[in-house]
Design a protein around this ligand. Structure first.
Ligand SMILES: *Cc1c(COP(=O)(O)O)cnc(C)c1O
Length: 388
């Protein structure tokens, strides 16, 4: 018999979520219907943005952001190396070149310093966008990143799937991830491991009406209906995609979004229990560092482990955890090391990303966990790291 495994993350779907989907299924619209707009409106209000545009998934959200900015082949987009593949790939979808930024080895975040160093490697290309990732749920230092991007003639696009609910304090102002005060757009994902789930699903927020209009147009084939045209008429100024999020999934999204305060409070409580339980394991194990300005709703409970000092490889620890019913995951393999990017840009020297990758491991964190699970995970980790 295998021990049931706590996954590193999972969705929380309750009876009323299922009822919301069933109601949408009985309605007239399976795909484009009134629930799409309602989900967008409530999402925009929730994060404090003027516009929100729903789309097929977080990767589509990033691609749409590149299209909305009209990023051209050969232009440059900066992405941190510690992120999911999609953050970098979206630049390639529009033919732009990715300039990988290093990260702080203890937070995993792109910093003003690592961005400044990336900007020295533009090779004369025109910089269009910088994509900070709020890794794990902790916020990147947006005001300083914004200044650097602006001075280089570019805008920020926040890749924010980890940070729905995270607040930030810069000076006296309390801000929210997604309110896009420092960026042109922020992108979200509703993949099952993210803070709210629709299966596949994504969102882009912006305060710029023209960008919102372009996002909507490119989401649905690039079609527009000029005012006063015949009922069958549509025009296509440039080709777009079918990146729509169906009405049925927007109904699930709305139902999930109503639970965000509860999900966020639960994630915060679990993270704080983890911090307490993990304290005795220092200095061998430390939670990823939290920047001073960030008050996160953590998506991932990532710890940094000194495997060498423990005399254990990461694989041994992962397997020992699994044997005790504890799932874990690595977030992330540095993207610049992927064969595709290595072939394209050669071997980059990004020591912060390497130091992060060498130590990181994400432990289970999701609202459905029991309080006792935290102790169980930490005990399993302690055992996995002890000499046998
Ligand atoms: C999940 C995620 C994405 C992609 O979202 P999908 O909905 O899976 O396409 C992009 N960037 C980051 C940082 C993510 O965590």
């Amino acid at each position: 018999m295998s021990v049931p495994v706590l996954p590193y993350g999972r969705q929380t779907i309750e009876d009323d979520d299922i009822a919301a989907v069933a109601e949408a299924l009985r309605g007239d619209f399976l795909t484009t219907g009134p629930t799409v707009e309602r989900f967008e409106r409530v999402f925009a209000e929730t994060v404090g943005a003027r516009h929100a545009v729903a789309c097929a998934n977080g990767t589509a959200a990033l691609h749409l952001a590149m299209l909305a900015l009209d990023v051209q082949p050969g232009e440059a987009v900066v992405a941190p190396s510690i992120t999911f593949l999609a953050t970098a790939n979206c630049a390639r979808y529009v033919g732009a070149e990715v300039v990988f930024a290093d990260v702080d080895p203890d937070t995993g975040l792109m910093t003003p310093d690592t961005l400044a160093r990336a900007l020295e490697r533009l090779d004369g290309r025109r910089l269009r966008a910088v994509l900070p990732v709020h890794l794990r749920g902790d916020a990147a230092e947006l005001p300083a990143l914004e200044t650097l991007a602006q001075d280089a003639g570019a805008v920020l696009v926040e890749d924010a799937p980890h940070a729905l609910g995270t607040t930030m304090k810069f000076g006296n102002a309390t801000e929210q991830v997604g309110d896009v005060r420092h960026s042109a757009m922020a992108t979200f994902s509703f993949h099952p491991v993210k803070t709210i789930a629709t299966g596949e699903g994504g969102m882009v927020t912006t305060n710029d009406a023209a960008l919102a209009e372009r996002l909507r147009r490119m989401r649905s084939h690039g079609m527009v209906r000029p005012e006063g045209c015949e009922p069958w008429w549509y025009e296509m100024p440039e080709p777009g995609l079918n990146y729509r999020l169906p009405d049925v999934l927007c109904a699930l999204g709305l139902s999930q979004l109503a639970k965000l305060p509860r999900f966020a409070a639960r994630r915060r409580a679990l993270a704080s229990a983890y911090r307490e339980a993990l304290a005795p394991l220092a200095p061998l194990v430390r939670p990823a560092a939290q920047p001073a300005w960030s008050d996160p709703v953590l998506h991932l409970m990532t710890v940094l482990i000194d495997f060498e000092a423990a005399g254990r490889t990461r694989l041994q620890v992962v397997e020992a955890l699994r044997a005790r019913g504890v799932g874990s995951q690595v977030h992330y393999i540095p993207v610049h090391r992927q064969p595709y990017y290595r072939d394209r840009y050669g071997d980059l020297d990004l020591p912060g990303a390497e130091a992060w990758y060498a130590r990181c491991l994400s432990l289970p964190l999701y609202p459905g966990m029991e309080d006792a699970d935290v102790a169980r995970v930490v005990e399993a980790l302690q055992a996995a790291l002890s000499p046998t």
